[in-house]
Design a binder for this molecule. Sequence first.
Ligand SMILES: [Zn+2]
Length: 313
Amino acid sequence: MNWLSDFVRPKIKKTTPKEIADDLWLKCPGCGELLFSKELKKTWYVCPKCGHHLRLYLDKRLKLLFDGNFTEIKLPETKEDPLKFKDTKKYTDRLKAYRKSTGNQDAIKVAKGTIGGIECVLAALDFSFMGGSMGMAVGEGIVRAAEEAIKHKIPLITVATSGGARMQEGILSLMQMARTTSAVNQVKENGLPFISILTDPTTGGVSASFAMLGDIHIAEKGCLIGFAGPRVIEQTIREKLPEGFQRAEYLREHGMVDIVVTRAEMKPTLVKILSLLTYKTKENKADTGKNEPVKAEADKKENIKKETGKHKK
Ligand SMILES: [Zn+2]
């Protein structure tokens, strides 16, 4: 008998790496620092090290802006996959996967509630659902939000974060640019305020339609706003683009954006504008709209202190 064929494997248990939650740590795109996601939640996803504004999930955005409870408005169903589109995957399969991962039907949510005690309709896009692309469902959502604002004679606020039109719906997605434009114009014709909030990134068909038609444009610090991406423009015009091109601050200097704010300042700014535009003065002290974002700002400062203390090597 050969000792080679008789070889007994040593009894070592097969080890598998412990499962680590994907979102436990996040890398800051601004400074490259690894950030603990629990800490980030406290600062509304603003990097405590460099102040970079990470993308905010849709539900958190609604929570950040509304005073408390809000009523989600049910959106009409749209025809699914009208072009029977297929690339490496079927469009219907993609939709299924995104619905599962985000828990949303499409890249938009429309809700009604109070902001600083002022009732308004808010339509917010979701970048984590197919890059916040605007297809029929998103278009329908904006139209529905505008109708709701007109029906109750209250302001309309949109929060844009989108890569543009949804190519899987071809011309039907491009038509949403005209539909949403007409919808927000009707809000204005009814003498109601329409405030557009631009967040990272607001590009393509969304920036070329409703997002750029607000009475007032508020952009989040450092966010990308444009139509085509900077690389495409550079290749087309064969010129180097200036520093900070297509960023919120650059657009404010060139008159496309009215106000650039940090995430912490977003709600207080919005409340101020809403109360000016609706002629409502704040009598209710409890609703200054400052509570949560200001707390986040305070937490941020606190975190900077803590982190600089802890991580010095
Ligand atoms: Zn950072």
